[in-house]
Design a protein around this ligand. Structure first.
Ligand code: NAD
Ligand code: DAU
Length: 351
């Protein structure tokens, strides 16, 4: 079996569901269930003995050590993190605690467990750390996309905390020989994404007739990857990645934010006719906002034969359809805590 951290979050949910749809290998899902974790996402796995959920914090090294001894997983896929850049600007502390200290505690537990393994079991063990393209910083227009050897230049508390965790993972391989893998992926979108992130926020606000808040001039560029493509890339790296290596994962889909929002408005108009474009509202920019990210995903394609399966057009259509079909899920996650975040962060610009 494998141990997945953060398996009740957005990518974790998709990863666990896809994994169990494609293999009978069991998953231990270790998650703290912060505001971003939601067990309702995994309701379809109720009663499935291949999915074992354990509530816990990656900072609890003893609990992880006990879990590892009990279940003897052959790999750890580490997704647990604080993941929202805006929240890291309002309050960086949790990001340091979970993303840096928590990753350190997880690495310690993994290393001690791995050291006790023998022969092929030890040789085949993998610690796969899921990271982000944001560690590389911001690109000028026209500059070549981030490769795996691009210098780290994180600009937000979130990206700095992810960069630190990447460096710790790298050090555990270099110093102790722990068979680690690192993936740095671009912006994901798809089912189960918490509606604080750009795409789901725009969908829910548009449906409610609320303003669609665009930071600054809306010309910031991101590379967008459909979440199930990210999951297939992680599976591929886990199966065939070389220990100690980093793999960049991207969708070859660079787009300015404003274009993303127009695409969502047009799709919604097709499914539920209304003029959503008129809701677009320019608001104050994110402090330190990175202008452009772009991923050069040739290494994973060349060495591991992975390529994204969806284009932005096919992926965004499925995504908008999913949110329209899952209004109950949306209503449930837009709880008191969610409303408080929207009120504090947007101060009337998204209500
Ligand atoms: P998310 O915020 O939706 O989910 C994070 C999950 O981690 C939640 O279930 C939460 O409960 C859990 N968690 C948080 N702190 C924890 C702790 N201390 N112990 C145990 N569990 C904890 O995040 P996501 O968007 O699914 O991202 C998952 C991972 O992928 C993160 O490491 C993120 O940095 C990385 N990533 C995300 C994207 C993206 O576009 N969303 C892109 C590249 C990389
Ligand atoms: O690049 C990978 C990263 O993508 C992941 O590591 C992060 O976990 C994930 O949250 C995401 O970070 P971003 O900051 O790029 O995602 P977000 O959805 O918050 O914002 C996408 C872009 O849209 C960004 O340029 C900011 C802008 N934006 C966002 C929101 C929430 C707006 O213009 N208005 C908004 O209300």
């Amino acid at each position: 079996m494998i141990l997945v951290t953060g398996g009740a979050g957005f990518i974790g949910t998709n990863f666990v569901l896809d994994w169990l749809a494609q293999s009978d290998e069991a998953v231990i899902n270790f998650d703290k269930l912060t505001y971003a974790g939601n067990l309702q996402n995994l309701a379809s796995l109720a009663g499935d003995p291949r999915h074992v959920f354990v509530h816990g914090d990656i900072n609890d090294q003893q609990k992880i050590a006990t879990l590892l001894m009990r279940f003897q997983p052959r790999a750890i896929v580490h997704l647990a993190a604080e993941s929202h850049v805006d929240r890291s600007i309002h309050g960086p502390e949790e990001f340091i605690q979970t993303n840096i200290v928590g990753t350190f505690r997880l690495l310690e537990a993994a290393y001690r467990y791995w050291k006790e393994q023998k022969g092929k079991t030890q040789q085949d063990f993998r610690f796969l750390h899921v990271s982000t393209d944001e560690v590389y910083g911001s690109l000028a227009k026209g500059a070549p996309a981030f490769t795996e050897t691009h210098a780290y230049q994180p600009n937000s508390p979130y990206s700095a905390s992810k960069a630190s965790s990447d460096q710790l993972v790298r050090a555990y391989h270099h110093t102790y020989g722990l068979p680690t893998l690192i993936t740095n992926c671009s912006n994901n979108y798809g089912a189960f994404q918490f509606p604080e992130k750009l795409i789901p926020l725009m969908i829910v606000n548009a449906l409610a007739g609320k303003p669609l808040p665009i930071y600054g001039d809306g010309q910031q560029i991101r590379d967008w990857l459909y979440v199930q493509d990210h999951c297939s890339a992680i599976r591929r790296v886990l199966a065939a990645g070389v220990p100690g290596e980093t793999y960049n994962i991207g969708g070859w889909n660079e787009k300015p934010n404003i274009e993303i929002v127009h695409a969502i408005c047009s799709l919604l108009n097709e499914f539920r006719p209304a003029d959503y474009h008129r809701l677009i509202t320019y608001v104050a920019d994110r402090p330190g906002h990175d202008r452009r990210y772009a991923i050069d995903a040739r290494k994973i394609e060349r060495e591991l034969g992975w390529k994204p399966g969806e284009t932005f057009e096919t992926g965004i259509r499925k995504t908008v359809q999913w949110y329209l079909d899952n209004q109950n899920w949306l209503a449930n996650v837009q709880s008191g805590e969610y409303r408080k975040w929207i009120e504090t962060h947007y101060q009337g610009h998204a209500e």
